[in-house]
Ligand binder design. Sequence first.
Ligand code: NDP
Length: 295
Amino acid sequence: MTARIIDGKIISAELRGRVAAEVTRIKADHGITPGLAVVLVGSDPASEVYVRSKHKQTQEAGMASFEHRLPADVAQAELLALIAKLNRDPAVHGILVQLPLPKGLDSNAVIAAIDPAKDVDGLNPVNAGRLASGLFALTPCTPLGCIIMAKQVHASLEGMNAIVVGRSNLVGKPLVQLLLNENATVTIAHSRSRDLPALCRQADLVFAAVGKPEMIRGDWIKPGATVIDVGINRTPSPDGGKDKLVGDVAFAEAREIAGAITPVPGGVGLMTVACLLVNTVRAASAIHGLPAPAV
Ligand code: NDP
């Protein structure tokens, strides 16, 4: 049987709708407009696309959007001074520095300089530590999106066997923490794991965040499993046209075995920006001592 497609377009649109409703309520009840500041250093074309999409979606959700562009050769001190200014700005509730930064800039130092209360990317070590400790934390957006997608298929993930392939600070590690919070049993695999196909075959939930086009094959999937593909890989089109986007999972094979699967494009990628909006509303509420929003 062919797998059910977990449609990022529909799920992210619903989520953005819920965020917009919360923004309207917070404005009406408290006179607060949640604000997101995005900092783009240099002019990497992929980053430009992401920043434009974040700006548009932030405005569509009724939030304030602030864009700061700096040249690729900006001094680290100047970038840190901008972060300090945004940390102090009461109209800004979320700060996102678009990664990767151009060569010569220390992204760890930049991430650490963001006020943890405004760290909507959830990458500051304070938020990573809080998440691992089971405390309130702003959580990286892509893993948050992965959990929302898995829960479209399974109302509860409790007791399920999950595998996360990839252990980056951006995706794999925070995803493991979120899955533990959902009471799943989690295996985290990486480039040194032995017999990855066998590990994957044991999983009811497969999360692929590797960055290798179609590495996870159909026969690695347990029949009926739910597959969430985080990978976004550009591969040259066979006919020499525009590059093709493919995930880390061999979609055509896996959809014949899995119970449910996310497509690429049209899957997790769309959830990431929607979850950024969620984090901005959460941050604004927490900063102003309001109850957690219903998103
Ligand atoms: P990283 O390169 O930071 O991490 C990749 C991870 O995969 C590492 O932990 C690495 O292991 C592991 N890995 C590499 N090769 C293998 C292998 N052969 N077998 C098993 N594990 C392997 O990538 P990210 O986490 O940042 O991103 C992963 C993918 O997700 C990329 O395709 C990226 O484009 C995409 N992405 C998509 C987003 C979205 O919005 N949908 C957002 C962020 C990322 P080790 O640690 O041992 O080196």
